[in-house]
Design a protein around this ligand. Structure first.
Ligand code: ZN
Length: 394
């Protein structure tokens, strides 16, 4: 060491000392500047050369998740997305560790590599159904190269992230020639559209982009509704309905109920689920039953949907009870035969009340009641998504 130093110029020695000093006190921290989904892979872009020895990969179960901890890495900017579509979440887990969480079925075994053409990138293969977000969203995800990591970056800042990449699809049940349930001359299709528009308003106020399956009184086939959510790469699918019972029971049955939904593409499971779910769903009308079954059949995420349903139901009831007496909590419901396969967005169906119940019907068509209901739905969605971000810090 001394001998080597003897051959060095004064500047060489100063440089060597500076490098050693720097590595000892400040390990090389890179910024994660951009994250996009391309050709079935998550592409991560760093501010400078990224050492793949910084990656710690492990698996967590229930639900199955693949975790990539990127040491000596910081989120370059708050606009690096926390969630890219329904399968990927990225957050500053520790001061210098960025955590990437990819959810998918158990059979999903990711491969990760550094492309030969760039040391500033790292690629992770995704489960097959993970797709890129619309390009206009992606464009805004890039961050400025000049941005320096902030020393104060902390794991508690997750809830302050913006919601602008979390698109929510709000589905108003029925429409057009399909009135849905009818009570006292009032139609379900009109009621649910009025409430959906208020939900949209409350979500937008909180910074969420919203897509409505319908804004007017027209008919949409059931599969079209869930297809929209796929096409738009929504993070959540919320279907709004109202319930009814036959005349002889109309004064007895009332209340708000939230169903959580799970789907599979397998035809055999679809038939079994449809048969199994039939008796469970006997109480609901045929159309909402079809919506439930359809939704059950094309999206998994049972645990997530259940959590979402609990948060939404709780916020609806709290809001309504703050101003109205005798609001009945019908609770969160699910069918017993729902298999967890693959990965899609959490989906719920809210039965906002019984249009057949004279007193509840009157309330349901009151602007103030509708607004409390809508506010509750928006708050429930917000609670759920914020908790989901905190989970990344486990
Ligand atoms: Zn309905």
């Amino acid at each position: 060491m001394v001998k080597t130093a003897n051959y060095m110029t004064l500047w060489g020695r100063v440089f060597l000392i500076a490098v050693l000093f720097n590595t000892l006190l400040f390990p090389h921290v890179v910024n994660l500047q951009k994250a996009i989904i391309k050709k079935g892979e998550l592409n991560l872009f760093f501010s400078s050369s990224f050492n793949k020895k910084n990656v710690n990969h492990f698996t967590l179960n229930n639900p199955h998740r693949e975790i990539y901890d990127l040491k000596n890495t910081r989120l370059g900017h708050k606009r690096v997305p926390l969630g890219l579509g329904p399968n990927v979440r990225i957050a500053q887990n520790k001061k210098n560790t960025v955590r990437v969480v990819i959810s998918g079925a158990k059979q999903y075994k990711p491969t990760a590599y550094q492309p030969f053409f760039s040391r500033n990138e790292y690629h992770i293969s995704l489960p097959r159904n993970a797709k890129a977000l619309p390009s206009e969203h992606r464009k805004q995800r890039t961050v400025k190269k000049t941005e320096k990591p902030k020393k104060t970056a902390s794991r508690t800042s997750a809830s302050k992230y913006s919601h602008k990449y979390e698109l929510i699809v709000i589905d108003s049940g029925h429409g057009g020639h399909d009135s849905g349930a009818i009570g006292g001359g009032k139609k379900e299709k009109d009621l649910v559209l009025q409430i959906a528009k208020r939900v949209e308003k409350h979500l937008k106020k909180r910074g969420y982009p919203v897509y409505m399956t319908r804004r007017k009184d027209h008919f949409l086939k059931l599969p079209q509704r869930t297809k929209i959510a796929d096409k738009k790469k929504a993070v959540l699918f919320i279907s709004i309905h109202a319930n009814s019972v036959p005349k002889r029971k109309r004064n007895k049955i009332q209340g708000v109920e939230t169903f959580f939904l799970q789907k599979t593409r397998d035809a055999k499971s679809q038939r079994i689920a449809a048969r199994e779910n039939k008796s469970v769903l006997k109480g609901t009308n045929k159309l909402s039953r079809n919506v439930i079954i359809d939704s059950v059949l094309s999206g998994p995420k049972i645990v997530e949907s259940n959590k979402l349903a609990i948060d939404v139901q709780r916020r609806i009831i709290t809001n309504l009870r703050s101003r109205y007496r005798g609001v009945k909590d019908g609770g969160v419901r699910h069918a017993p035969f729902w298999v967890l396969v693959g990965a899609s967005r959490p989906s719920i169906l809210i039965e906002v009340g019984y249009i057949s119940h004279p007193k509840e019907r009157k309330r349901l068509f009151t602007p103030r009641y509708q607004d409390l209901l809508a506010k509750g739905i928006a708050e429930g969605i917000d609670n759920y998504l914020d908790n989901r971000k905190k989970e990344i810090d486990f």
